[in-house]
Design a protein around this ligand. Structure first.
Ligand code: NAG
Ligand code: NAG
Ligand code: NAG
Ligand code: NAG
Ligand code: NAG
Ligand code: NAG
Ligand code: NAG
Ligand code: NAG
Ligand code: NAG
Ligand code: NAG
Length: 883
């Protein structure tokens, strides 16, 4: 029976080396000094330093008590090592000369040798690409652990990775790759496995050291003999030519037979666990010339016939292996002569391998190529080594992958925010074709927002904010964003998309007239912000009285306001604190001018609050701010003009052109995006506090934007506890009952209000339905839901033209928003995801001509929000920072 593991690779014989070819060998002496190439005198193998294969880690030498001359038998490559104190996963990248799919043998060696002076044995894992190869554990400091694996390469490069399990710093002493003949070490067809060496024995040889320089595959054969065996051998050449396994001469020349000729030749081994699978390769060659005598035997595993009968040919090598893996803990091989044989069975050599299922495929090669390009192009310094997606728990930082059962993992998310990227946006991003989320915010990227980004068909989220990009976002992306299929975050200067600025004629230009003015505004805002910060501090120290509004930039004089509004001719709305007028800028841009009534002190505070917020919060689904006027008692806010008025009017029965189900979903998605941005995109998060249909404005293109931040409140971010406020604000019907009762405000209050908006979109009813007596929309819809009466729930004006499952799902979302307890309500992010699915359902249901909204559509008045409460509040807005 075999006991123990491989005899340590301590070479005692200094064999004179005949020039070995070493074709395709990669022999790395890990941790050796740069440019230190040497030939190992024992094996004749040329070793190279590891710098070309690894970019992380540090070089170390084992401590002198384990090194030469104290340890004269030490194989040279083991005297130094590379350790990896940083990062969970560190990898060597090997590029075999042979093509992808070729078979090779890899061997990693480890000798701790108290290199760090800590005298503490580490424990770590070794991975081949994304698959666990071996767990490395030492018995003592002079243990040489050598592990070998036979595997076919699945890509052009091979990663050997050391993974830190928290049990000490991983290191490696030597790494070797040997190409093999592709037709050997075959296993069951179609099952991708690699073979980890369990035992490799040269049977019947006792004098050798194990490593034979005539093994073209450079395997290490451990001499083995048993007291119940007799050694037989030959000094003749043995023909190996027809046997691809090519056991070296010294190995195949010697063999063992049972001492008692009638006995069986047996060996057994025990695996660590019941599920272990083994492949056994037995080498046979007849070495005794026996006239008129027959050697003939069968081989069985655990009592069942594995192979036989076999008559070994004189001086010809043969290799027998099991075609189906041996599974189990205890394994017993028996070689026994057949009845017609008069010579005992023989065994020349044996290899036992444990099969490792290659469950984890390496990442899709084009994704890898692209992300490696990105790594190189931007000098990404995130410890990106080895396979990007694997092993699963050790994906590259900033990367997310989608794993499927039989296909290579795909990169679906790349987060390179604040990673110091500079230069233009690389075309390689467009090569990660499954990408769903791309975050390149807060870098120094410049140049245009490239057209090729539209090739990312799965993209659902893209953040380019905080860069110096010029030009506009590709039209297709803008369209997808409008369709609610993509969440786009870009800087102001990239917002004016070619879609909304150039394409459409006679369109009311919504945001800012030109890129130039956007830039001016941007610069102005920065100056403003600086100035303001100073002023705020001064104001605070002077009792907060008479706080001036930000700067004189982008500020309009009262005379200008008069001019813009043509003497306040066109009233388009009235709010609780003032009147809203339509206006025209000099360049023709239509705007909405909100005049603050001079008498209202509350209004004044709101004015300041709103101005502060508007200047810092930018999102395509939030109403855009153009400027303001602050001249004594004349205070005005100037917004983009929203041609289609507010959602409340649009939904009302007055509207002759009812919104289609698809449009309703798109509007809901836009509004949800705006809110999601306030909640999750701003630091600290902002609670709107007055989400309602009257505050959702519709652009000429029917893009929805959330307006009126008069009541908005930023909540301190570190203290995420609910904010307690003294005065409840909001609009009846939309007001979160929990907030109303507890006075505790959090984002979920907006979620409740949004749920009401969604119910209104679904049903076409008002938040408070006034019939004989007033009934709240949630109470109206609940019994209908119980009766599963979707026909009565959905707005009758749709005449049943909607996907029923999409409507049900939207309804579920609305109900998940309006749950009494805020804890049970969904977040805006979840809501957004779900609504996108609703839209997808509707789109696949109704692939007919998508209704495009055009000029003929009813244009409602611009209605400023009615603020229900007129009570004064004394909060001061914490300055939010757009991310
Ligand atoms: C290890 O030892 C070699 C030679 O003895 C020396 O050249 C090398 O600098 C040492 N490496 C380290 C990391 O100390
Ligand atoms: C691989 O082994 C087979 C026999 O198994 C042999 O025919 C073939 O020539 C070998 N290939 C190489 C490249 O040695
Ligand atoms: C050989 O084994 C057989 C049966 O196992 C036994 O009867 C015989 O005595 C053994 N011979 C020797 C020499 O031990
Ligand atoms: C060889 O075997 C045959 C029959 O099996 C026998 O007749 C002959 O004598 C044997 N020769 C030797 C040299 O043992
Ligand atoms: C193999 O046989 C041994 C006894 O001979 C038994 O203990 C073991 O469980 C068997 N293993 C399997 C996998 O059947
Ligand atoms: C050896 O295997 C063959 C089948 O290949 C079988 O017919 C024969 O009986 C076996 N011999 C012994 C001694 O079990
Ligand atoms: C990955 O992590 C999970 C949870 O931490 C753990 O259960 C699992 O075993 C890990 N998988 C691997 C391959 O390490
Ligand atoms: C992952 O891939 C599968 C199959 O390609 C796909 O069905 C699934 O939606 C993907 N999941 C994600 C989160 O992208
Ligand atoms: C990217 O990472 C940053 C910081 O780790 C995080 O704040 C941000 O939300 C991430 N972006 C995405 C899209 O997940
Ligand atoms: C993108 O992938 C294609 C192959 O699919 C390759 O030819 C091209 O060079 C790649 N481009 C970049 C920029 O990585």
């Amino acid at each position: 029976m075999f006991v123990g593991y491989l005899t340590p690779l301590l070479l005692s014989l200094a064999v004179l080396v005949h020039g070995q070819l070493q074709t395709g060998f990669i022999s790395i002496d890990c941790g050796s000094p740069v440019n230190f190439n040497f030939v190992d005198v024992d094996t004749g193998i040329s070793y190279t330093p590891d710098g070309a294969y690894v970019s992380t880690g540090i070089n170390n030498n084992i401590s002198s008590e384990y090194a030469y001359p104290n340890n004269p038998n030490l194989a040279y490559p083991l005297s130094d090592l590379r350790s990896f104190p940083d990062g969970n996963k560190n990898c060597y990248t090997l590029t075999p000369a042979a093509a992808k799919g070729s078979l090779y043998l890899l061997r990693a060696s480890f000798l701790y040798g108290n290199y760090d002076g800590e005298d503490k044995l580490p424990e770590f894992d070794l991975y081949l690409d994304a698959n666990l190869w071996s767990s490395i554990k030492f018995g003592n400091a002079f243990d040489v652990i050598t592990t070998e694996i036979i595997s076919a390469s699945v890509s052009d490069t091979i990663s050997v990775c050391l993974v830190n399990k928290g049990l000490g710093i991983p290191f490696i002493s030597a790494l070797e790759l040997r190409p093999l003949n592709n037709s050997i070490y075959g296993t069951e067809l179609g099952s991708p496995v690699s073979l980890v060496l369990f035992e490799r024995f040269d049977i019947g040889y006792t004098k050798g050291t194990g490593r034979y320089n005539d093994d073209i595959y450079d395997r290490i054969w451990s001499p083995y003999n048993s007291p119940s065996w007799n050694i037989v051998s030959t000094s003749s050449e043995i023909n190996n030519n027809e046997n691809g396994y090519r056991a070296p001469l010294e190995v195949i020349r010697t063999a063992a037979v049972p001492r008692n000729g009638s006995d069986r030749l047996e060996f057994s081994w025990t695996a660590d666990d019941d599920a272990s699978k083994f492949y056994v390769y037995m080498y046979f060659a007849e070495v005794q010339l026996a006239k008129n005598q027959t050697r003939k035997f069968n081989i069985s595993w655990n009592g069942s016939l594995m192979f036989g009968p076999l008559v070994p040919r004189y001086l010809f090598a043969a290799t027998i292996s099991n075609s189906e893996a041996f599974t189990g803990k205890e394994h017993h091989i028996s070689i026994y002569k057949t009845v017609d044989a008069n010579l005992p069975p023989i065994l020349n050599a044996v290899e036992i391998y444990m099969a490792k299922q290659l469950d984890e495929l390496p990442t899709f090669s084009e994704d890898v190529a692209a992300v490696l390009n990105i790594k190189t192009a931007y000098q990404v310094n995130k410890g990106w080594v080895g396979d990007p997606c694997g092993p699963k728990n050790y994906t590259w930082e900033g990367l997310e992958c989608n794993y499927s059962v039989s296909l290579p993992p795909r990169i679906i998310s790349l987060n390179l925010t604040s990673s110091g990227l500079s230069g233009i946006i690389s075309a390689s991003f467009a090569n990660i074709t499954s990408m769903e989320s791309l975050d390149l915010s807060n870098n120094h990227l410049s140049g245009p927002v490239p057209e090729f980004l539209k090739e990312l068909k799965s993209l659902k989220f893209m953040n380019l904010e905080g860069n110096q990009l010029s030009g506009s976002v590709p039209t297709e992306l803008v369209d997808r964003s409008k369709a609610g299929l993509l969440t786009l975050r870009v800087d102001e200067q990239n917002l004016c998309s070619s879609g909304s600025c150039k394409n459409k004629k006679n369109v009311v230009v919504p945001v800012v007239a030109s890129l130039l003015s956007a830039l001016v505004l941007c610069i102005a805002l920065i100056i403003l912000w600086r100035l303001r910060r100073k002023q705020k501090w001064e104001a605070d120290t002077s009792n907060g009285e008479g706080r001036p509004l930000p700067s004189k930039n982008r500020q309009f004089t009262y005379a200008e306001v008069l001019n813009i509004t043509n003497n306040f001719q066109d009233v388009i709305g009235k709010g609780g604190f003032g009147t809203v007028f339509r206006g025209n800028m000099k360049d023709g841009t239509q705007v909405a001018v909100k005049m603050l009534s001079t008498s209202s002190k509350q209004g004044s505070k709101e004015f300041q609050a709103e101005a502060e917020l508007l200047m810092r919060v930018h999102h395509r689904n939030l109403a855009s701010f153009i400027g303001y006027c602050d001249e004594g008692s004349n205070m005005a806010l100037i917004y983009e003009y929203m041609a289609n008025g507010n959602l409340k009017d649009y939904l009302s029965y007055k509207s002759s052109n009812p919104l289609s189900w698809e449009m309703r979903l798109r509007i809901a998605i836009h509004a949800a995006q705006g809110l999601e941005y306030l909640h999750h995109g701003c630091k600290p998060p902002i609670i709107h506090r007055d989400v309602k249909t009257a505050n959702i404005l519709l652009s000429e293109n029917m893009d929805a934007k959330i307006a009126d931040f008069g009541l908005s409140r930023a909540i301190p971010s570190d203290d995420h506890s609910d904010v307690i406020i003294t005065t409840v604000m909001g609009t009846p019907g939309y007001l979160d009952p929990e907030y109303y009762n507890s006075r505790k405000l959090n984002e979920k209050s907006d979620v409740f209000s949004f749920g009401i908006v969604l119910l209104e979109l679904i049903t076409g009813q008002n938040a408070v339905i006034k019939k004989d007596e007033s009934i709240h929309i949630v109470n109206w819809v609940s019994p209908l839901i119980e009766r599963e009466d979707i026909g009565s729930i959905v707005d009758q004006r749709l005449h049943g033209e909607f996907d029923v499952s999409s409507a049900w799902k939207a309804l579920e979302v609305a109900m998940a928003c309006t749950r009494p307890k805020s804890l049970h309500r969904a977040t805006m992010s979840t809501v957004l995801t779900e609504l996108n699915q609703c839209l997808a359902m509707e789109l696949s249901h109704n692939r007919e001509t998508k209704e495009r909204f055009s000029e003929e559509i009813y244009i409602g008045p611009y209605n400023s929000s009615e603020v229900c409460s007129t009570s004064t509040t004394s909060y001061s807005i914490t300055r939010p920072f757009a991310r």
